[in-house]
Design a protein around this ligand. Structure first.
Ligand code: MTE
Length: 309
């Protein structure tokens, strides 16, 4: 099953499975008991490739993360992306960088990623629909790209666009959203070390249904901000357009920070269902900024988070 997505070895393959396995062993059973004794060297090795930003929560399985998806370019049911996204050509891949930037251009993906430090980041992921999961992404800080292309001082925002290929993306035939899928961040949000561009999960290159070959991950915001299969990055002085915000501004704000106190007009955001828990699993409380409050609350100091939802 996993072999389906294995292609040529490239930068998305560099997180060795052994590092991930060590971490898992430490967090469970016998491994946890070893923490007091022989864990020293194991932890040291682990720190080199894993990240302080990772959560200790139990990750969802590869199967769960890759079989229940939102990627409307391939259809609106949760099973559609896994069924249809194999039609997306992910090689070669280039990203247009434009707007208020010193070095605009069409960058081959490899050139944009070149020199980046790839890390495993085990993040919580909370969809606005009130389901959640924990995912071991492989990626690098978005800041790497910003540094590379030279953001100009007038730029205050960054916008992203997903590929728009009707022949490869059957869902584009339906106008559920205004295509291409677009998202955006304030520049300081983009520069935050938690914000990553992910190129894989577990030790696999990013599966197509999860946004191959490269997608954004902002763990303290609702999942729809984490735009998939990115082909364009634009730097601007003004707030860029964002697909869900355009479709229903009263339901999906530009910020869309996870906030258990601000309900969606049609449902509460106070709790969530973690994928894989089964029919009778207890819902768990949703945390402010999805549990990343300590790291990101400063970004919103002085803002009314009910108005700027
Ligand atoms: N990006 C694009 N291009 N198209 C989409 O439909 N769905 C968003 C986000 N990024 C979406 C997208 C939503 S609503 C969620 S919850 C996450 O992707 C789902 O990511 P996953 O399928 O990897 O869990």
């Amino acid at each position: 099953m996993a072999g389906r997505w294995k292609n040529d070895l490239n930068w998305s393959d560099v997180t060795p499975k052994s590092v991930f396995m060590n971490r898992r062993q430490l967090m469970t059973g016998a491994g946890a008991a070893a923490l007091g004794g022989i864990a020293g060297p194991v932890l040291a090795k682990l720190n080199a490739a894993s990240s302080d930003f990772s959560t200790d929560e139990e990750p969802n399985t590869f199967e769960q993360i890759t079989s229940y998806n939102n990627f409307y370019e391939f259809g609106t049911s949760k099973e559609d992306p896994a069924k249809y996204a194999h039609t997306l050509t992910t090689k070669p891949w280039s990203i247009k960088v434009d707007g208020l930037v010193d070095k605009p251009g069409d960058y081959a993906l490899d050139d944009l990623v070149d020199g980046a430090t790839l890390e495993e980041r085990i993040y919580r992921f909370r969809c606005v629909e009130a389901w959640s999961m924990v995912v071991p992404w492989v990626g690098f800080e978005l800041k790497h790209i910003l540094d590379k292309v030279g953001v100009q001082s007038g730029a205050k925002y960054i916008g992203f666009e997903t590929a728009n290929r009707p022949r490869e993306m059957p869902g584009l035939a339906y106008r559920v959203l205004e295509w291409p899928y677009r998202e955006g961040l304030r520049l300081d949000e983009a520069m935050h070390p938690l914000t990553i561009m992910a190129t894989g999960l577990y030790d696999e290159p990013m599966p197509n249904q999860n946004g191959a070959p490269i997608r954004l991950i902002i763990p303290w915001k609702y999942g729809f901000k984490s735009i998939k299969s990115i082909v364009r990055i634009t730097f601007s002085a003004d707030e860029p357009k964002a697909s869900w915000n355009m479709a229903a501004p009263g339901e999906y704000g530009f910020y869309s920070n996870v906030n258990p106190e601000v309900s969606h007009p049609r449902w509460s955001q106070a709790t969530e269902r973690k994928l894989g828990g089964g029919l009778f699993a207890k819902r768990q409380p949703t945390l402010m900024f999805n549990g990343y409050e300590e790291e990101v609350a400063d970004l919103y100091a002085g803002m009314d988070l009910k108005k700027n939802f």
